[in-house]
Design a protein around this ligand. Sequence first.
Ligand code: PAF
Length: 280
Amino acid sequence: MLTYTSRKEISEKTEQLRGEGKSIGFVPTMGALHRGHLSLIERANNETDILVVSVFVNPLQFNNTGDLTSYPRDLQADKKILETVGCDIIFVPDEKEMYPKPTTEKYNFGTLETVMEGTFRPGHFNGVAIVVKRLFDIINPHRAYFGEKDYQQLTIIRKLVETEKIAVEIVSCPTLREDDGLALSSRNANLTTEQRKEASFIFQTLQLAKKRKNHICPAHLRQLIINIFDANKNFKLEYFEIVDDKTLQPIMAWESSKGMIAFVAVWLGKVRLIDNIRII
Ligand code: PAF
């Protein structure tokens, strides 16, 4: 496995590999790798000749300094995992390498970024777009892999690729879950043993939403689920929304011709968790 910290050097390497006719698969990460990342890596490994993984905790996408400092980091463990799964190239830039000058890019994703994560984490998606665009420019992959747990991020990245005319295929991969339903996330590492047990409540409640949808209208279902979260004192709900899977705008009625997804963001103690479930 080759390790690069320099943008210039990894760019030269991936361009050389492209020149040799190799397809490049790319999995961007913020480290603290878990089975969710490994499923993206496995897919990329199967579908492309060369696998590049980046590990960079991007400060621009944290709107809360506490969240940035407590974000789990273990580069040595990540490197060991990446060696065993057959990663060819790892890119581990530092902040100066990624952002030698203050950033000025301002992306506009319209109403895709004025809902859910966009409302509760101002500036988050601009930070994600800046780093992802730069990583694409540096690595120039044929395909890049993203998880559906961050579905809004995935939608925004598809939009970024479209508006910036970036020649990369975005591949989405299903959310991986623990046996009790908790979606895999690097932030799970910050849960106490007790909170880890309580966390299964999130997916259970999403499953309940899916089950109930045939009996009530979207607005009543939304309120019912909000009430269920509010009644559980372990959780502080930020949002629960049922939205169109393309526009991410709230839906007013069930329509079988449209894709619909329910999204949730909650605090469990000091840990913020997000999840989603396809309703239709
Ligand atoms: O999903 C993540 O881990 C991050 O948002 C990403 C895409 C690596 C950008 O920093």
